[in-house]
Design a protein around this ligand. Sequence first.
Ligand code: PGA
Length: 251
Amino acid sequence: MRKRIVAGNWKMNLKRKEALVLVSEVLSQISKHENTEVVFAPSFLYLFKIAKMCSDFESVKVAAQNCSKEKKGAFTGEISSEMIASSNGDYVIIGHSERREYFRETNTDLAEKVNRALANNLKVIFCCGESLTQRKDKIHFNWIKKQLSEGLFYLSVKEFDNIVIAYEPIWAIGTGMTATNEQAQEMHQFIRNCLNEKYGSEVAEDTSILYGGSCNPVNAKELFSQTDIDGGLIGGASLKADDFLSIINSF
Ligand code: PGA
């Protein structure tokens, strides 16, 4: 059965002390055996410390927000999957639209990153999403299929065990504009159908597909009640303990 996951993508926010206080506040209010998997994606700088703070909590995991496509070597400023794994990271977020847009990451780059991450036993939260123009032009389904095919669909069934997909319509990220429940469910169902076509029903049924894009304590409950939405990748609302907790409790 697929997991319910609520992941907080902090992006480039929070100073060290603020980050640690936020994690303590969240941990103080969830059970050690939560049904929902909770993921913190802090800055690389705090990852090791936060992983340690979470180590008693079976269902709390830590993610890096990016990784290098290179294995190791002379790549000043880069952080490898091996480093993330050796700092007790569990996941890495790959293909966020901010990385695709501001850092020009292509589907080919992302595929290399996915391979590196899996080779280091990290799980991957793979993001896909369309722009508003693409949606208006009605090419959004083809666009998402292309992102999945080029970014993920060379993996084996076994490798796919370690993949979580996050659907994040770009027009809904940080804008306060959320996809309607129907729009989100429609796309999640489409993604699950793509998985079914490529890998069969077991992979399709077992892969968690998260919604991201202005998900908040007010809209989370309805979004999470949609058949094919298995949780969320939360940006802004993951920076406040109360909001994040309320989203975690929205199933
Ligand atoms: P948001 O960001 O919740 O602030 O819209 C989501 C994301 O980019 O992961």
